[in-house]
Design a protein around this ligand. Sequence first.
Ligand code: RB5
Length: 141
Amino acid sequence: MKVAIGSDHGGFEYKSKIIDYLKSKNIDVEDLGTYTKDSCDYPEIAHKVASKVVDKSVDKGILICGTGIGMSIAANKVKGIRAALCSDTYSAHASREHNDANILCLGERVIGECLALDIVNVWINAEFQGGRHQRRVDMIE
Ligand code: RB5
């Protein structure tokens, strides 16, 4: 599995923690920035990660900002993206199983680091269940 990851300055610390975590699970990670703590604009990073997911050069994407809200709004503007902002593990696995979410969004200023890593673990490992859920995803598209 290959995952593209990005954050703005508000999600910068969690981005590096999540990269380390994914690498420890032998998951290939592409870091699309930001690369410093300097203030930057989250829509640019969201678009970079979303584009990689849509063109299928990666399997999934992860975006982190202060709240996760800006990243999720921006990513969901890209056709084919189903970005899920999750602050709990139930929503994380349900977003994969029911919604076939292809980008996970997290808020570094909202949830603790251990919960963020738990959410990443659950989300990466959950599978889309198809069936009636496929019909609904098709309706979105
Ligand atoms: C940056 O201050 C902050 O607005 C951003 O990280 C994010 O929370 C936006 O939704």
